[in-house]
Design a protein around this ligand. Structure first.
Ligand code: ATP
Length: 237
């Protein structure tokens, strides 16, 4: 496994947000984590990225223990996070946002890599000098993913990327996720769009109140969507 998480606990005061969670992501896999609002999905990703402290447990990436590394060091190890709500810098240009994604890189091919991101997302290329605030929601999501790609990730963690996107953009987002994976990037996808997430993923985990309540092959979870939705507090129709 490229990412191996064992018995992870995240606690905020009296809230036990993640409870002895274990999961793995292989280097060629798309793995999804599903769960209702407040299930602990964002806390899990933030802990994996070093943005919130863990109470106990172990996080290994390519065999290396990440526990004592900062977020920036995790990016240098090529573990990227696309946070919930995009969190791009709206008063800066598209290009500046992408440069920030590469601020930890010391090699000379950063600008060439940014050009390949513009090739992948032509809407960003034609707006490279525009303020990010002028982009549509879908373009801002592309920019957030583009910024993560600048760090040449081996694994990208995406926190509810489809939130707030129109159905057409949701389709193209999931196509993009598949194509990133075909390009050799492992994906850990937190989603509330259970159906689409299970369609693209190889395996899935369902969280409730911080703990894993179901896990397995994505096809099997999709077939058992009634049970998955019962944990999510939604209907499968
Ligand atoms: P959502 O889909 O709403 O983002 P989630 O599954 O990502 O939900 P988390 O945001 O990880 O869930 O929240 C898990 C629990 O931890 C919730 O009870 C939430 O209120 C709590 N929580 C999250 N962040 C903090 C924080 N910084 N301080 C205290 N409690 C927090």
């Amino acid at each position: 496994m490229l990412l191996e998480v064992e018995d992870l606990d995240v606690v905020y005061g009296r809230t036990h947000a993640v409870k002895t969670m274990s999961l793995g992501v292989g280097g060629d896999e798309i793995v999804t984590v599903l769960g209702a609002n407040g299930a602990g999905k964002s806390s899990l990703l933030k802990a994996l990225h070093g943005m919130v402290p863990i109470q106990s447990g172990s996080i290994k990436f390519d065999g290396e223990d990440l526990n004592t590394l900062t977020s920036a060091q995790r990016v240098e190890r090529r573990l990227a996070l696309v946070p919930e709500g995009r969190q791009i810098l709206v008063s800066m240009t598209v290009h500046e946002n992408l440069l920030i994604g590469g601020c930890k890189r010391r090699d000379k091919s950063l600008l060439a890599d940014i050009e390949t991101i513009y090739d992948r997302f032509p809407n960003l290329g034609s707006r490279r000098d525009s303020q990010a605030s002028t982009l549509s929601g879908g373009e801002q999501q592309m920019l957030s993913i583009g910024r993560a790609l600048v760090s040449r990730p081996r694994l990208i963690m995406l926190d509810e990327p489809s939130l707030g996107l129109s159905p057409i953009l949701v389709e193209s987002l999931f196509e993009l996720i598949k194509s990133l994976n075909s390009d050799g990037i492992a994906i850990l996808l937190v989603e509330q769009n259970t159906k689409k997430a299970l369609e693209v993923a190889k395996r899935g985990y369902v969280m409730e109140l911080g703990a894993t309540v179901l896990e397995g092959d994505a096809n099997a979870l999709a077939k058992d969507s009634g049970l998955v939705h019962a944990y999510l507090g939604t209907t499968s129709n």
